[in-house]
Each structure stands twice: as structure tokens, then as C-alpha cells.
Design a binder for this molecule. Structure first.
Ligand SMILES: C[S@@+](CC[C@H](N)C(=O)[O-])C[C@H]1O[C@@H](n2cnc3c(N)ncnc32)[C@H](O)[C@@H]1O
Length: 450
């Protein structure tokens, strides 16, 4: 059988962009598969990631720039459009790649994949842009439209954020979404101190430092911690700092019985279990078997024996557990993920405004289903990685309005790390990505009346 030719970095990036647009598969999964399949070497992985994520991140700006130069070309094939975006991304946003090199590579790919006519067209469009310069986004008069094109966020989303947060915060959020996030991790304090973990990682060649915000968090400036020995040996969990605040809000004590209603892959369950010093019980539920397997794997790697993973639809928990049988309950609900767009740029173009309303109904139903299982005086934490009021404040408001035995828990503030306290309002915390550079996240804390 003929062996498939290994593709170079730009060809691989082009294939990825096509696959992401057509299948709407997650960009991070496709990227990892493509790296393996084409045996992309270590030093080119950075460039491949930059080209793929960068082109995706800037798609709307790139299309705005390309539009006037494509006017004469009636039907541009999808892969050709992707190739033009990919090349223009390098010309506009990457100083280290000379324009002529980017154009040369594009023309070569066009020859290989298409025919002479296409490579001529690609060459012509790119050279015209080089000669005539880019059209100016500044000419767009509507500020929402301008921000939308400038930062490649769909107009409906920009409008929503401007309405909910004001123009300045919306602009800051759109802008930070274009930057690459830093990798952060949580040290498993049941096995090692943060100081010793940092030493171990430094010896392994990683560039890491302690987070000033969260006592068990570290920030990584060089290397992928998922490949470290420290990770394999169970000293670490890759987790965003905002996510770590959930275990603080819940404030579980040793020997308590905790329910985590939406637990996979177990980032928060394992954090709660660590903070309980591997005592008591954390029942970690998720809808899907394959995801529950991930909770098990993580608990085993971290050597946590107080986690009990179980496949279950949390809307049916009352059929499986006694009423008032948990000291604390976490509902880290399925959500639109609008707070983590930096990590999944393709999400910007696939999410729809109607999704948010549907999600809010699911979130409310999940809250209603788990709440009878909480003991009187117990804490219920609701969290999401989104920044939208519909899925956050409005869900909790609607829950409290109907569930008269629940009240706001303002002691959440005392449980938060000092740096976070100024962001707590009453019983709620909404973190925006621009606040600390961590993910956008919402946490609300309720108490069942005694
Ligand atoms: C935001 S993720 C949870 C992340 C997790 N808490 C962590 O920190 O690793 C939401 C999870 O809810 C699960 N889920 C969605 N609907 C569910 C339901 N009805 N019952 C149980 N789990 C559900 C999804 O499979 C998904 O894994």
C-alpha cells in the first residue's frame, strides 16, 4: 500500500482549518491528532498552533480584509478561502515571516492541491493586497460592528456583551480573547508542597512560578505540564485559576459527604477531595460513561481514594440518593463556555444566541433536581465557565425565587483567597478574563435554611 505523504506545517494548518470549519470538531483534538499523524517536530508545533489558532481567532477581520480583493472571483472554493486567510494571517499578524515567503508557500500549496488557474488567482489576490494595502476597519461607523470585525467576534455576541457589561468591558473582553492563555496547574497538596513541586518542574526544564492569586496554583511559561513527570506522578492537575475558586466557594471540611453533579473530567471533584485531605466522600456524577472514566483516571493518578465516580443523569439523582444526605453540593453546570473562548476560538463562530436560553433551562432543571439532596444548613454552589447573565445570575435568581428554603450565602467572600475578595458581590462572583488573565467564570453560593 502506498504510504501517505507527510504534510508540512502550512499544509497541515490548512487541513485543520478545513476540518474545523466543515466538521465543527474541537480544534484542540484535531490539532493533537494532526501533530501525531504528520509527525510534526517539536520546534514546528508552536508555529502550527499559532497558524491554526491565529487564523481561526482572526477569521472575521481576515475576511473583511480579503473581501474587496475577491470581488471578481465568483465562487472561491472553501480550501482556497482558508489558504488565503492562513496566508493573510501571516502577512498581517506575524512579523517573523516575510510576506514573500508566506505568498510563495501559499502558491506552492495551491499548485499542489489545485491547478494553475487557482495558484495564479491566489498569487494575484495576495500580491494585490501587498501592493494596495488593507481596507481600514476604522471606516465602519457602527461601534458594535467595528468592534465585532476588529476582534472577530460575531455581532450578536458583541451587542450582548455591550448591553450586559458596557462598551469598555466588552471591548476588553473581546481583545483579551485574541491572546493566547497561559497554562496554569494546581499542585496536589496531599502529596507535595507547592515549593517542592516548582523545584521538581524546574529540574525537569519547565519555566514555572507560584501564582500570586491562589495558594496551590502555579503558572507555566515554558513547556506543556501535561507532559511532565510531575503530572504523571500525580503532583499536578492542569486547571485554570478561575476553576480553582469553586472548591474555595464550596469550602468542604474533612469527613463530609459531597455531591458533584456534573463532575467530568474531575477537575473540581479532585480539588475538593484534596482539600478534604482524602477523607469523607465526594460522589462525582456525570452523564457519560467515557467521561466518568476520566474522573476515575484522574483520581487514581492523584492517589485520591475519597472520590466515588458514577454514571448518572443528575436530573434523576432523587431516584438514587436519600433526601438531605449531602453536606455540600456542587453543580458545575454544562454551559455555553463563553468565558473560555481564548482556548477554543472556533466556538465564536458556532455558538448561537438561541443556545443560551436552552442551556439556562437545563441549568435550572439540574439545580432543582439536586437541591433536595442537600442537608439543612448545607451549601449549594452553582458555577459555569460563561460570562452571560442568562446562564448565570438569571438562573440563580429564578431558582431562589421558587425554592423558598434556599437563601444567599454571603460567607463565600470569607472563603475566597484575599486577591479575589474584591470581586465577590454578596453571594456571587463573576470573573471576566481581563480581571486576572484567567478564564471567565461565574460562581454563586446558596445555603439551605435550617
Ligand atoms: C462544565 S463540565 C464539568 C467540568 C467538571 N466539573 C470539572 O471541573 O472537571 C459539565 C459536565 O456536565 C455533564 N453533564 C451534562 N448534563 C448532565 C446531566 N444531566 N447529568 C450529569 N452530568 C451532566 C457533561 O457531560 C460535562 O462533563
Amino acid at each position: 500500500m502506498k504510504k501517505e505523504r507527510k504534510k508540512n506545517v502550512r499544509e497541515t494548518a490548512l487541513d485543520l482549518l478545513e476540518a474545523i470549519e466543515k466538521n465543527q470538531a474541537y480544534s484542540n483534538l484535531l490539532l493533537n491528532n494532526a501533530i501525531k499523524k504528520n509527525e510534526i517536530n517539536q520546534k514546528d508545533i508552536g508555529l502550527l498552533t499559532e497558524l491554526t489558532y491565529g487564523t481561526l481567532q482572526r477569521r472575521m477581520s481576515l475576511d473583511f480584509y480579503l473581501q474587496p480583493f475577491l470581488k471578481g472571483n465568483k465562487k472561491v472554493e472553501s480550501w482556497v478561502k482558508q489558504l488565503l486567510r492562513l496566508t493573510l494571517y501571516q502577512m498581517v499578524y506575524l512579523d517573523k515571516i516575510p510576506d514573500r515567503a508566506a505568498i510563495f508557500e501559499a502558491v506552492e500549496i495551491a499548485k499542489q492541491k489545485g491547478h494553475k488557474g487557482i495558484s495564479g488567482m491566489v498569487n494575484g489576490v495576495l500580491r494585490n493586497i501587498q501592493r494596495q494595502g488593507l481596507p481600514s476597519i476604522e471606516t465602519l461607523e457602527d461601534p458594535i460592528e467595528r468592534l465585532s470585525i476588529e476582534t472577530s467576534h460575531p455581532r450578536w455576541l458583541v451587542k450582548r456583551w455591550v448591553d450586559q457589561l458596557g462598551f469598555d468591558q466588552a471591548k476588553q473582553m473581546c481583545e483579551i480573547n485574541l491572546t493566547a492563555p497561559l497554562q496554569t496547574a494546581r499542585v496536589n497538596l496531599t502529596k507535595i508542597t507547592r515549593e517542592n513541586c516548582i523545584l521538581k518542574l524546574t529540574e525537569e526544564g519547565f519555566q514555572v512560578e507560584a501564582s500570586p492569586m491562589i495558594p496551590e496554583a502555579i503558572k507555566c511559561y515554558r513547556g506543556n505540564l501535561a507532559n511532565s513527570d510531575a503530572f504523571k506522578e500525580g503532583y499536578l492537575t492542569i486547571q485554570d485559576e478561575s476553576s480553582m475558586l469553586v472548591a474555595y466557594a464550596l469550602g468542604a471540611s474533612e469527613n463530609e459527604r459531597i455531591l458533584d453533579g456534573c463532575a467530568a473530567p474531575g477537575g473540581k471533584s479532585t480539588h475538593i477531595a484534596e482539600r478534604m485531605q482524602n477523607s469523607g466522600k465526594v460522589i462525582s456524577l456525570d452523564l457519560h460513561d467515557h467521561k466518568v472514566k476520566l474522573i476515575k483516571e484522574n483520581a487514581t493518578r492523584l492517589e485520591l481514594t475519597n472520590i466515588e465516580p458514577k454514571t448518572l443523569d443528575s436530573r434523576k439523582v432523587q431516584e438514587h440518593f436519600e433526601k438531605e444526605s449531602f453536606d455540600r453540593i456542587l453543580l458545575d453546570a454544562p454551559c455555553s463556555g463563553l468565558g473560555v473562548m481564548r482556548r477554543k476560538p472556533d466556538m465564536k463562530y458556532t455558538k448561537k444566541e438561541e443556545d443560551l436560553m436552552q442551556l439556562s433551562l437545563i441549568q435550572l432543571n439540574l439545580l432543582k433536581a439536586v437541591s433536595p439532596l442537600l442537608k439543612k444548613g448545607g451549601i449549594l454552589v452553582y458555577s459555569t465557565c460563561t460570562v452571560d447573565k442568562e446562564e448565570n445570575q438569571l438562573v440563580v435568581e429564578s431558582f431562589i425565587k421558587n425554592e423558598v428554603d434556599f437563601e444567599e450565602d454571603h460567607t463565600i467572600k470569607d472563603r475566597m483567597p484575599a486577591a479575589i475578595r474584591p470581586l465577590v458581590h454578596g453571594f456571587e462572583l463573576q470573573i471576566l478574563p481581563q480581571d486576572f488573565g484567567s478564564d471567565g467564570f461565574y460562581i454563586a453560593c446558596l445555603r439551605k435554611k435550617v
